[in-house]
Design a binder for this molecule. Structure first.
Ligand SMILES: [Zn+2]
Ligand SMILES: [Zn+2]
Length: 114
């Protein structure tokens, strides 16, 4: 198995299929839990994206003073959803077209390297 080992910071925003999003929301089990578990290996996975990843004009994470974003739960935003995409799911690798949902990978690799 070849793996792309990108050098990343502590968190990465990736896009996953509706099955993986539902699994992460504890709404329903994944249809292929083996692939799901493999895709989550070595990372902590959280549904949604960190505030900094939202669009600058986003109403849910408006840019406040000093460039600090503050969560505003009174709005909805669409930053964390793509209506339709053919890009494969970043967790289970499903190539099926459909909506894609933002999740954040927090890297918990203990091996700091170098
Ligand atoms: Zn947003
Ligand atoms: Zn998936």
């Amino acid at each position: 198995m070849t793996t792309n080992t990108n050098t990343v910071d502590s968190s990465t925003t990736v896009w996953v299929c509706i099955d993986c999003a539902a699994t992460l929301a504890n709404a329903e089990p994944h249809p292929d839990p083996v692939l799901f578990d493999a895709g989550c290996e070595g990372v902590e996975v959280t549904l949604g994206m960190v505030g900094d990843e939202h669009w600058d004009g986003c109403l849910v994470f408006p840019l406040g003073e000093g460039g600090v974003r503050e969560f505003d739960g009174s709005h909805d935003c669409e930053c964390e959803q793509q209506g339709f995409s053919w890009s494969s799911c970043d967790i289970c690798r499903s190539p099926l077209g459909g909506s894609r949902h933002a999740v954040t990978f927090f890297h918990v690799d203990n091996d700091e390297g170098n």
